[in-house]
Design a protein around this ligand. Structure first.
Ligand code: PAJ
Length: 284
């Protein structure tokens, strides 16, 4: 694996490979890598000729009171995972490679970026949209891989691709969970054992809501029943939201057709335990 810290060096290396008609796969991350990230890398290795991973803790997607400065940075462990997976290039830029002095442009994706995660984290998806666009322009991949774990981010990226005509295929990868069902997240390392146990109410609630919807309950009824069950199971957690939304627009669904073959809705949840905020979802 070659670790490359600057944009021109990465461009040169990839230009040569592109001339040889190599298919380039890209996995953008903020590091603190776990099995969820590893699954994206494995997908890229299987489906493309050259895999580029970026690690960049993007300041523009963190709010002023969020965890940017304490976001876990574990670069040595990350590099060894990526070497193990035989990644070709690690792009590891400093802030000035992504946002050179004087950088002032922004991207606002529209209504989807101001509901749910976007409502609670104002400006978050604008920060994701600008950094992913810049990374796409630097790497110019054929395919980019994103996790279903961040369902709203995935929908924002798909909208970005359509609205700006990026010639890049987006592939979504299923959420990787631990043996108890908790979705893996770089932020799980902040949780104590007790908090981790209580956080299991999140996947329990998701699977309960799915059962209720599949058995014909309306989204409103399924939402109410699973909210009550969540509060019973996790009295110390603060629920930010729990809802059943359209996959593409993230607008709440007033009805759900349980006979459809492909998923049309997503059950979404965000909750806090102590100082840690967790999000999860289930496609139905
Ligand atoms: P980060 O949180 O590091 O996540 C990088 C990618 O890993 C995202 O596509 C995310 O959805 C995926 N991922 C995280 N946990 C996962 C899990 N348990 N199973 C499967 N995939 C998982 O998301 C970001 O970084 C940033 O917002 C980024 C897109 C890099 C822009 O800065």
């Amino acid at each position: 694996m070659r670790t490359i810290p600057t944009t021109p060096d990465l461009r040169n290396a990839l230009d040569n490979l592109r001339k040889q008609d190599k298919r380039i796969g890209f996995v953008p991350t903020m590091g603190a890598l776990h099995e969820g990230h590893r699954s994206l890398v494995k997908m890229s290795k299987q489906q493309t000729d050259v895999t580029v991973v970026s690690i960049f803790v993007n300041p523009t997607q963190f709010g002023p009171n969020e965890d940017f400065s304490r976001y876990p940075r574990t670069i040595e462990a990350d590099e060894s995972i990526l070497i193990d997976e035989e990644v070709d290039f690690l792009f590891l830029p400093e802030v000035d490679q992504i946002y050179p002095a004087g950088h002032s442009s922004s991207i606002h994706i529209g209504p989807i970026s101001s509901v749910f995660e976007g409502a609670i984290r104002p400006g978050h998806f604008d920060g994701v949209a600008i950094v992913v666009s810049i990374l796409f322009n630097i790497v110019q991949p054929n395919v980019a891989f994103f996790g279903q774990k961040d369902a709203q981010q995935l929908a924002v990226i798909r909208k970005l691709i359509r609205d700006f005509a990026f010639p890049i295929d987006i592939i979504a990868s299923p959420t990787i969970r631990d043996e108890n069902g908790l979705a893996l997240s770089s932020r799980n390392r902040y949780l104590s054992e007790n908090e981790k146990n209580e956080a299991l109410a999140i996947p329990t609630m998701l699977f309960l809501a799915k059962d209720l919807l599949m058995n014909g309950q309306s989204p409103a009824d399924a939402k109410m029943a699973s909210t009550l069950e969540f509060q019973r199971l996790a009295p110390n957690m603060k629920l930010d939201y729990l809802d059943i939304v359209d996959n593409e627009t993230f607008q709440p669904k007033s009805s759900f057709d349980n006979r459809q073959n492909s998923p049309s809705a997503t059950i979404i949840i965000a909750a806090r335990i102590g100082a840690t905020r967790l999000i999860d979802n289930l496609l139905i």
